[in-house]
Design a protein around this ligand. Structure first.
Ligand SMILES: Cc1cc2nc3c(=O)[nH]c(=O)nc-3n(C[C@H](O)[C@H](O)[C@H](O)COP(=O)(O)OP(=O)(O)OC[C@H]3O[C@@H](n4cnc5c(N)ncnc54)[C@H](O)[C@@H]3O)c2cc1C
Length: 255
């Protein structure tokens, strides 16, 4: 089985993310970049299938600027066999539609039995790219799963909804998105870090992928810096703090 994991490099969520007010894009210089944690869980799911069946091939794929290769190196050090990096200046600032069309084109070239992705990124938070990819490829999407059994005969998954639990299944090839309920990712071991450097990374440009030319449909027209956070309010308990707190919670519709 060939599994492609869609990995996105994002600003470290532990740091304050900054918007580049001129471009409206995230200022990626202002913070460290990391592999989106939800994608590490998707990768872990793929690597557990590989642990169970050594014939399983795991490919990490990303669309991102040149330094996004770091995210792929992390995936390779965790145990992925190879990686695909779609890098092209014309894709800078791509919206979800363009990102999905490009990833779909790269998946056609790379080939796969199943694609694993996160249900939502921590920076753009669109939660739509995998569904768009599934539509481009005319394949089933099993989205926002809390658990999944993936085998040659198909994917059986569980999705937790407000109304209850859904059991879903689809034949392969299929697109699957995982949630934080999937197991935490393993840490790369020393051998993994060493071998990652020798593992193949295929680089693809937009031209090579036959991605329709043109710009993103969603463009940022204006940016306003977030106002600095107002200082909190201190309550000194002289016997009235409970009332004051209750009034504050009600007034701010927090209860
Ligand atoms: C603050 C902010 C606001 C934005 N607002 C919009 C907007 O309103 N409309 C719009 O069209 N675009 C918007 N974008 C751009 C959008 O984030 C990018 O197009 C992004 O590449 C894909 O969207 P997402 O992060 O929301 O993906 P999601 O749909 O949330 O991602 C889900 C999963 O898809 C996969 N995936 C997503 N992007 C990539 C990638 N580049 N490489 C590999 N796998 C990937 C990952 O597995 C990820 O976990 C915004 C970006 C930012 C930073």
């Amino acid at each position: 089985m060939k599994i492609v994991v869609l990995v996105k490099q994002v600003p470290d969520t532990a740091e304050e993310r900054k918007l580049n007010l001129a471009t409206g894009q995230l200022d990626r210089e202002a913070t460290d970049s990391v592999v989106d944690e939800i994608n590490e869980r998707a990768l872990e799911a793929a690597l557990r299938l590989k642990d169970a069946d050594k014939g399983t091939e795991v490919v990490a794929m990303t669309m991102g600027p040149a330094d996004a290769v770091q995210a792929l190196r992390k995936a390779l050090s965790m145990g992925a066999d190879s990686a695909v990096h779609i890098v092209d200046d014309s894709l800078n600032g791509a919206d979800t539609g363009r990102t999905a069309a490009t990833l779909a084109a790269a998946l056609r070239v790379t080939g796969f039995d199943v694609v694993l992705a996160g249900n939502e990124s921590t920076d753009g938070r669109g939660g739509v790219v995998p569904a768009m990819v599934a539509e481009h490829l005319k394949l089933p999407l099993l989205g926002s799963l809390v658990s999944a059994d993936i085998a040659d005969d198909g994917v059986h998954g569980v999705r937790q909804g407000e109304g209850g639990t859904l059991t879903v299944r689809a034949a392969l090839p299929a697109i699957v998105t995982v949630t934080e309920r999937f197991p935490e990712a393993r840490f790369p071991n020393f051998k993994g870090i060493l071998t990652a450097k020798r593992k193949p990374v295929t680089t693809l440009s937009a031209a090579e992928l036959d991605v329709p030319a043109g710009v993103s449909r969603t463009v940022v027209v204006a940016t306003v810096e977030r106002p600095p956070r107002a200082a909190g309010r201190k309550l000194i308990d002289d016997g009235t703090a409970a009332d004051e707190l209750a009034e504050f919670l009600v007034a701010n519709r927090l209860v």
